[in-house]
Design a protein around this ligand. Structure first.
Ligand SMILES: [Fe+2]
Ligand SMILES: [Fe+2]
Length: 654
């Protein structure tokens, strides 16, 4: 007999048998009574009805066909049809006629019977139908399971690949949680990561709550990070401590004898009822728990939202063994990824810390321009951001990926690292002759002055009067403070240079030595050609220092970009005299923002800061002269990048 416990799984709908063709009334009655009899035991209603062949009769479990066709046609039908794989069962009467209805070829043929039916024949027919339907239903259920497992297996492979390609811890954790929930149909979930005392430092005994996801209530806006101790009191703490997964069917029915309790804070805050809960540790290869995944409320229908208590009661079910298995598998993949990403972040932090201290070392040597590298980096990154946001204009086709952005960031930050090899006195030089050496020049004027005043020498002093000497001295002092040196200035300076006096030992001395003459006669600026070369050599040093670092392939252009920040489009720059087409976009941006930053810089005591608009005017001259890229300079202005540091401190703009 048809087993009662299969009633629900086998016949969700009543058993409907449709009789096709001209069945004798007696056959129909026999089929109907046998079917009723078989189904009565299973509590299922059987309906036997007659229909015209091909008519749409709605859901039907089986067709019993009375058709007239030849024996050959029937054999043909058996040979062609995939018996037992269809959804419907046609039985048909065997009569020697030449016609075989075409529509029946779409159904598998299960057997034949003689009409009129005997009670035994009708019973056999109906039993076959019921057995077949039972078999098909179980088959469908099994196929459903197979499809589900196959989907989960594919999802696991996909998750494994996705996890290994994620390099950001926050995104990685969100992905682990989302995929775990999706795989088992959980309405909500949270993820915790074990705290460490610092980058690269050992783990502590605290779990940090990182993120929560919930299909039914909005938790994203309100959820804040917090820590809980790894101990027996909380469910997550207990799982982290024991390293064992915990599957709880109802958190309100946790046995009194266990040490952990369900914390109701979350429920109170969000008005969200938690029932079933699966908590799984993320255990690394060394067997250490590095985090915890907590899934809540497995739903019968994953698409439903749990908006009230009755839905929770009906929809929420216990997590099963296969859920545990799948989440454990994800957790072990996830633990390795979490560790890998943490290691990656550690290395990055240590590396950036190292870069910071290198830049601090450069800043330390040249306090007046300290902060320059960081501000150049700020302009450069804002520039790249603006390029990414622009859909038209000269840079519409350019895009700064995360990796390209990082490369640009480091290149900008490190562009002047080569200054570490330039003598400090040169970096901080504010006058044509450095202060200490200039004191020597002034002392000669003092000696001659006293000789004029007190006549304490036999030789004739090189100036006739103190007034004339003081005027020349003031002139030399003025020249030393830079400014432009004209032809008349040079003539006057050479007259001073040619003067001789006798020191207290009677030896002839010059008023200006060769090096002093060379320094004071520099037409523009306060550096001699030799000093200028030495300062310019910082670009080569930048390249030399940076090319020693074994950059990854994503960052390999850092030395080139950084070292070419003084190149000019017409090839007149240094260190390599590259031309426009040989310069990367990054190097061209860096060249412009480097000059701009130096002009508007607020912290040079000997030079008033230049207003941004005036500095832009100078950049535009540089464009006209073929030094800077016009598209870069105009984009810089148009997007307001040149004002970013001024907007932060409006007072700085004078
Ligand atoms: Fe530089
Ligand atoms: Fe610079």
């Amino acid at each position: 007999m048809f087993p009662r416990h299969l009633a629900h799984t086998v016949f969700i709908m009543p058993l409907r048998i449709t009789v096709l063709g001209n069945a004798p009334e007696s056959d129909r009655e026999l089929i109907a009574s046998c079917a009723q009899h078989l189904c009565a035991g299973a509590g299922v209603e059987a309906i036997v009805r007659a229909a015209a062949p091909g008519a749409d009769e709605g859901p039907t479990n089986a067709f019993v066909s009375y058709v007239e066709c030849s024996a050959d046609a029937v054999r043909d039908a058996f040979a062609r049809l995939p018996i037992g794989t269809g959804e419907r069962i046609p039985f048909f009467q065997r009569v020697d006629t030449p016609d075989f209805p075409a529509f029946l070829t779409q159904f598998p043929v299960f057997g034949t019977f003689e009409s009129p039916l005997s009670p035994a024949g009708a019973y056999t027919l109906c039993t076959s139908i019921v057995q077949h339907e039972k078999f098909m239903e179980q088959n469908r259920a099994l196929m459903g399971e197979v499809v589900k497992y196959r989907k989960q297996k594919h999802q696991l492979i996909k998750i494994g690949t996705a996890l290994s390609s994620q390099n950001d811890l926050g995104s990685l954790l969100a992905m682990i949680l989302a995929e775990s929930r999706d795989l088992v149909g959980a309405d909500a979930g949270s993820i915790y990561v074990r705290e460490r005392s610092g980058p690269g430092k050992p783990f502590t005994n605290q779990l940090r709550f990182i993120t929560s996801q919930n299909d039914s209530v909005d938790v994203a806006a309100k959820s804040k990070e917090f820590t809980i101790p790894i101990d027996q009191n909380s469910i997550a703490g207990h799982v982290a401590l024991s390293g064992e997964a915990l599957n709880i069917s109802d958190v309100y029915r946790i046995d009194e004898s266990v040490p952990y309790k369900f914390g109701k804070n979350f429920e109170r805050e969000f008005g969200y009822r938690v029932k079933s809960m699966l908590t799984v540790p993320l255990t690394n290869l060394a067997g250490l728990v590095v985090g915890v995944v907590q899934l809540m409320n497995k739903k019968r229908d994953p698409a439903r939202r749990l908006t009230d208590q009755s839905l929770v009661d009906w929809q929420v079910v216990e997590f099963n063994y296969s859920d545990e298995d799948f989440v454990r598998t994800i957790a072990s993949l996830a633990a390795v990824s979490v560790e890998r990403v943490q290691l990656h972040e550690d290395i990055q932090q240590i590396f950036e810390g190292f870069l910071d201290s290198s830049i601090a070392a450069v800043d330390e040597r040249d306090r007046v321009t300290s902060g320059h590298s960081r501000r150049v980096m700020g302009y450069a990154l804002s520039f790249a951001d603006a390029i990414n946001a622009a859909s038209d204009g000269p840079f519409a086709k350019e895009h700064f990926s995360e990796a390209r952005m990082r490369q640009f960031k480091f290149a900008a930050l490190l562009h002047d690292i080569g200054k570490i090899g330039v003598p400090e006195a040169l970096l901080t030089k504010e006058t044509r002759i450095a202060r200490g050496e200039f004191a020597g020049v002034l002392s000669r004027f003092e000696i001659v002055r006293s000789q004029i005043l007190f006549g304490n020498t036999d030789a004739q002093p090189p100036w006739d009067s103190v007034e004339a000497l003081d005027e020349d001295r003031a002139f030399v002092e003025k020249l030393n403070r830079s400014g432009f040196v004209g032809d008349q200035d040079l003539e006057r300076l050479s007259r001073i240079r040619d003067k001789r006096y006798r020191d207290s030992s009677g030896h002839e001395q010059v008023m200006l030595g060769d090096a002093e003459w060379e320094a004071l006669s520099v037409r523009k600026g306060n550096l001699t050609a030799e000093e200028r070369d030495l300062i310019n050599s910082h670009a080569v040093s930048t390249w030399r220092i940076l090319s020693k670092i074994p950059w990854t392939s994503e960052l390999e252009n850092i030395p080139d970009i950084a070292a070419h920040h003084h190149e000019k489009l017409d090839g007149s720059g240094y260190p390599d005299g590259l031309r426009a087409e040989e310069l990367s976009l990054e190097a061209r941006i860096l060249a412009a923002v480097d000059i701009y930053e130096a002009l508007v810089s607020q912290d040079r005591p000997y030079k008033p800061a230049m207003p941004p608009d005036k500095a832009i005017g100078i950049l535009r001259f540089e464009v006209k002269d073929g030094h800077l890229d016009g598209d870069v300079v105009e984009f810089f202005v148009e997007k307001g990048i040149h004002r970013i540091f001024f907007e932060q401190s409006p007072a700085a703009e004078k």
